[in-house]
Design a protein. Structure first.
Length: 330
């Protein structure tokens, strides 16, 4: 039997300390193992040195990855069309005086057109004034037709002729001044405007243009009315019973009675003619408007457009007036 002492028992406090330390070490290792890839040193150090912008994009992509599939599909279905931007630059037109050769004086070029331009404006004003007076007439269709037949300037475009004559002076002068370069319409028009103003006739020219346009308007009205001239002579009226016939009462100076106490006459025109005869009848009324008698006349016929006079003789006492009752074309 041995009397050796029993082996010493481990201190429970040391065991607890070692156990806690081992657990902490194991937890640290587990946390390190579970660390995301982008936080590991072998990734972070190279990115910091060479590619931090890339890391930013990676992280941005990771953080945005939490969006729902619905939001992503909506973004994918949304198409934004950006139209190309077109920039239009409009250069101001070149003025006529910018085309002059070096040293040329624009005022001298304008002055070279003054004499002829002033003469044309004065001459044209006189003509327009005279023709305006001639057109101051009663513009019924018959007067208008007579006017058109009388004057050979009734179809003249006075406004156009005036502008053409002025341009006929100004345009060649500008072409000569710019050494036969090709000027645009705007440059010719600008030169003419400067000529009118520079020669001191801008007010007269504006007034003359207005007068010429007024004359052209009056002439247009006269031509239109002349074109609508009725087929029958002036002062005639169509017979209600036959539009082929037109008539009027004869003036006292246009007929005389062959026999009887009284007589009356009418003039009759036919548009298409009355080849088989023309008959007319009038009723005779007393002073009270009562029909007391009648009279008639018969012609063998008239040609298209021809005018005939028909006369009525009667002996009726107390006759006061007459009324056309019948007018027949055969």
């Amino acid at each position: 039997m041995s009397n050796l002492p029993p082996p010493p028992q481990p201190d429970s406090s040391d065991s607890d300390f070692k156990s806690a330390r081992a657990e902490a070490k194991a937890a640290k290792a587990r946390a390190k193992a579970l660390r995301p890839w982008y936080r590991k040193k072998r990734i972070i150090i190279p990115l910091v040195l060479f590619g931090f912008p890339v890391l930013s994009g990676v992280i941005s992509g990771i953080t945005s990855g939490g969006e729902s599939e619905t939001e992503q599909s909506e973004d994918a279905s949304t198409t934004t069309t950006t139209l190309p931007r077109t920039t239009t630059t409009t250069e101001p037109p070149v003025l006529w005086d910018a085309m002059l050769p070096p040293g040329a004086d624009p005022a001298t070029v304008v002055a070279s057109a003054c004499d002829a331009t002033v003469k044309v404006v004065a001459k044209f004003k006189k003509t327009v004034d005279e023709r305006l007076k001639a057109t101051d007439i009663d513009s019924d269709a018959y007067t208008a037709a007579d006017f058109v037949d009388e004057y050979d300037w009734e179809d003249v475009d006075h406004d156009g002729v005036l502008r053409s004559e002025i341009r006929g002076i100004a345009d060649p002068l500008l072409t000569e001044a710019i050494n036969s370069q090709v000027a645009s319409e705007a440059q010719f028009a600008g030169f003419l405007a400067d000529v009118v103003e520079g020669c001191g006739i801008d007010a007269d020219y504006t007034s003359l243009i207005a007068a010429a346009q007024g004359l052209d308007t009056k002439l247009s009205i006269l031509r239109t009315r002349a074109q609508n001239l009725p087929w029958y002579p002036k002062d005639f009226g169509t017979w209600s019973g036959d539009p082929n016939l037109a008539w009027r009462w004869a003036e006292k100076s246009e007929f005389s009675c062959s026999y009887g106490d009284r007589c009356q006459a009418i003039f009759v025109a036919s548009k298409s003619g009355c080849p088989s005869g023309l008959y007319a009848k009038i009723n005779i009324l007393d002073s009270s408007g009562v029909v007391v008698d009648y009279s008639n006349d018969l012609l063998s016929g008239i040609r298209p457009g021809e005018v005939a006079k028909m006369q009525f003789e009667f002996f009726t006492r107390g006759a006061g007036s007459t009324r056309l009752e019948e007018l027949n074309c055969y």
